[in-house]
Structure formats: C-alpha cells, structure tokens
Ligand binder design. Structure first.
Ligand code: EPZ
Length: 423
C-alpha cells in the first residue's frame, strides 16, 4: 500500500454500454503547446484534454515566463515575455515530454538548458537522436551533471538529417527547431504518427513551411518569424482504443464519437481478429462483443502505422481472457511489461521471455489489490478489474490521471462501478 496515494476501488462484472465523446489527443497537445513558444504572439489551442500532463506543460510554459490561460478545453499562450530558458529538474522529472521545449526555445532564442528527463517505468528513454539532429543543425550541446545545455549563437542552419529510428519526440523537436532555421531542412526516417501530421498542420497555421508529415521524409523551409494562430487538436486515438477494449473485455456495446477511424486502423484490425464487431462511420465507431471469450491473437508493437505500443497493455488485459495463447512482442520500449506482474495477481497466466509475453487465456480474472506503475499499465488494470467478477483495489492511480481525464466518471457513465479513494 503506498502512503497517501490515490486508489480506485472497482467492482467488475458489468457490461459497459452507451455512448462516449472522445477527448482531444494528449500526445498531439503536448508538442503543439511547446511549439506555441515559437511565436511572440498569442496562440489559442482548443479541444485540449483536462489532464495532469497538460497541467505540467502549463507549469513549464509559465515557469519560462509565458502567460497561460486555461479555461475548459481552451488554452491561450502568450509567449511574448519568455525570460527563462532553463527547465528545472523537478519539471523534467515530472514529465519527459517537457523535452519538447528544446526545439522551440532553440529556434526562437538560440539557447536552452534542461535537466535530463528522468527515465520512466517503460524504459531508459534516451534523447540521443534529438541531440544528434540538433548538432547537425549547428547547435553546440554540452551534457554535464545531468543537464543538457544547447546553444546556437549563429542561429540554426538547415541541413539533412537521417534518424536512426523514427522517434516521435525527436521528429517533433527537429521539426520545430527547423521552422526558424536558415535554409531548408530535410529529416528522413521520421515518425509517421497522426500527431506528427497534426504538428505540421499547427506549425503551418503559424506561418511555417512544413511538408511531408505522415511520410518517411519531412521538409521544412525556414522562415523569419511565426505568427498568432488558433487550432483545435485531433481526437485521442489511444483514449479511443482504450474504450474499444473496455467494450470488448466487458462484452459490452459502446459507441465512440469524435474519432478519426483512420488513426485507429491498426487497433481495429486486431480487435476484429479477436471477434469484436465494429461498425465504422465517418467520425464514430461502435464496438460490440457478445458474452464470449475473445479469440487469441498475436501482436507486435511497431511504429505507426503498426500496432501502437500505447495500446499493448490494454490488449494484454483483453487477451488474458482469450480462448488460447497469444504472443505479444513489445519492440518499441525495452521495459513495458510492468503490468504483467499485476495481471498475474488477478489470475492471468502470462510468461515473459525478453520482450515477448506469451499470454495463455484463462476463463476468468479475479479481483485483487494491484499497483499502477505507468499510464497505460494503469489503464490495462482498470480494464482487467472491470472484467473480474469481484472487487479490486488499484493503487497509484495518479499515473492514470496523467493521460485519462476523470476516468472513473467517464467509465461509470457507461456502467462501470469505480470509486476514487483519495490518499
Ligand atoms: C511518444 O514518446 C509518446 N509520448 C509515447 O506515449 C509513445 O509511447 C511513444 O511516442 C512511441 O509511440 C508523447 O507523445 C508525449 P519515441 P517518445 O522517441 O517521443 C527510443 C503515452 O503513454 N529513442 O518515439 O518519448 C526510445 O527509447 C506515452 O502516452 C532513442 O533511442 O517516444 C524508445 O525505445 C508513453 N533515442 C523508442 O525510441 C531517442 O533520442 C521510441 O521512442 C529517442 C527515442
């Protein structure tokens, strides 16, 4: 039991039914909010989810001297008076995505100092590709005493960069850095996630010249300044995918509104293989499952448009109940199986070999006291608890609050029975 951590008490067994409106994307909002500092004018971002990670990004922007107003799902950022160009260790440890300020601060001010982001529970999370790309643009980088100091006294130079692997964060930092560089930057082997395309749309709304997002190569033509803009972020494909698994694992019937089906193709393909029925419209998806166990399926997490690593824990919870054995390979992060030990406490039969999990389906999961280690592991444990007949206690749900807005309220509206216990 962790001292004064928040807990969920969950009583499973109900089939979740109803309609839900999916929130704006956390992983689109974070790079976009960081990129608002590229301009000294006021930027308005709408459809932002009310999440702990967004609150942390607000704290980072405020710490740097920006004026941030957040009302409901709208955030306005006035970066005209940014003074500090250093991000404290406390903020960096609170959220790795604070490192997304590297590109914007270097582009606009030519200097930034951040402490190394803490590793987290899913892996070491290095930043070598971010730094290698920035060095190629003429940035002088010193790494000492756990801090990264980056400066480009002569401004950033357009260049050609080939990423060793399609890192989402490195792609985002290099895109934003290049918007105000001198000349043209080509970044090859980039991430192709929808959130990258979304960042391109946002940057171009500010007056940048970015093309190619969603393909293997992004081209950025540097401009002299970026202007005010207003933007509404895309729906959160991982929040949507989590609801879809909730319908599957509780043999329910949930209709998701405010979705972009294209972004959920990899998840829908796998869910169909498990036997779930999907009805797909332009911006809505209905997910139905009868009172049957899912089929076993094999999953290999890959860069987009492969199966998303952020949905791996949730699918493992579902496949813990499958008829037969499933093989889940986690190829993106080296340590994203922290949920396995907790699922085992609920009766799951999972065998780990390096980055592969063999999930032998069981007929039922049982309630238990489990500990949440990271955001998506927490979501997986909520789903497993909703499927278990008895009650469960989930400890450390602060991790869940980072990426799921009022999860207990939104899931209870679908028939779940979750109580939040503070401390
Ligand atoms: C983004 O993290 C997401 N976070 C993650 O979502 C997501 O899991 C991940 O992309 C992969 O899709 C945000 O967008 C805020 P990466 P990011 O750089 O950018 C290695 C969630 O649950 N790597 O694409 O940090 C790295 O170690 C979070 O919402 C390097 O080796 O991910 C990892 O193995 C969790 N060197 C792989 O690349 C680098 O310089 C993918 O990381 C950078 C990354």
């Amino acid at each position: 039991m962790k001292k004064d951590s928040q807990k969920f008490l969950v009583v499973g067994g109900n089939r979740l039914k109803g309609k839900v409106c999916v929130n704006g994307s956390k992983n689109a909002s974070l790079p976009i909010l960081a990129a608002t500092l590229l301009s000294e004018e006021t930027i308005t971002v709408k459809g932002v989810p009310e999440l702990q990670d967004i609150n942390t990004m607000k704290d980072v922007l405020t710490y740097l001297g920006a004026r941030v107003t957040w009302t409901g799902k709208k955030i306005m950022v006035d970066g005209s008076d940014v003074q500090s160009l250093e991000i404290s260790e406390e903020l960096m440890r609170r959220m790795r995505a604070s490192n997304l300020l590297l590109g914007p601060l270097l582009a606009r001010f030519g200097y930034v100092k951040i402490s190394y982001p803490g590793g987290c529970d899913i892996g070491s999370r290095p930043m070598d590709l971010h730094l290698k790309g920035l060095r190629a643009m003429g940035v002088v980088i010193k790494e000492k005493f756990g801090y990264i100091t980056a400066e480009a006294p002569g401004g950033l130079q357009g260049t050609e960069i080939h990423l060793d692997l399609p890192s989402v964060g490195a792609t985002e930092n290099l895109m934003t850095a290049a918007t105000l560089a001198q000349g043209i930057t080509l970044i090859r082997n980039v991430a192709k996630e929808p959130e990258i395309v979304e960042l391109q749309v946002f940057l171009n709304a500010m007056g940048a010249k970015v093309t190619g997002a969603g393909t293997d190569t992004i081209k950025i033509e540097g401009v002299s300044k970026l202007n005010a803009a207003e933007h509404t972020v895309i729906p959160d494909r991982i929040e949507a995918g989590t609801y879809m698994v909730a319908a599957a694992i509780t043999n329910g019937d949930i209709t998701l509104n405010n979705v972009i089906p294209l972004h959920l193709e990899p998840v829908m393909a796998k869910l169909k293989e498990t036997g779930v029925r999907l009805t797909v419209n332009k911006d809505a998806i209905r997910v139905q499952q009868d009172a049957v166990r899912p089929n076993a399926v094999d999953i290999k997490t890959m860069y987009y448009p492969g199966f998303p690593t952020d949905m791996q824990p949730q699918m493992m919870a579902l496949l813990s109940l499958a008829k037969g054995s499933s093989i889940i390979s986690e190829t993106i992060f080296e340590n994203r199986f922290k949920h396995v030990s907790e699922l085992r406490r609920m009766g799951a039969n999972i065998h780990l070999e390096a980055n592969t999990a063999v999930v032998k389906g069981v007929a039922n999961l049982s309630g238990a006291y489990v500990e949440v280690s990271d955001l998506r592991a927490g979501a997986a444990l909520v789903l497993a608890a909703l499927a278990a007949e008895e009650g469960s206690v989930l400890d450390g749900i602060e991790h869940i609050d980072r990426g799921y807005e009022k999860m207990e309220i939104r899931y209870n509206n679908l028939g779940a029975r979750i109580i939040r216990v503070k401390g």
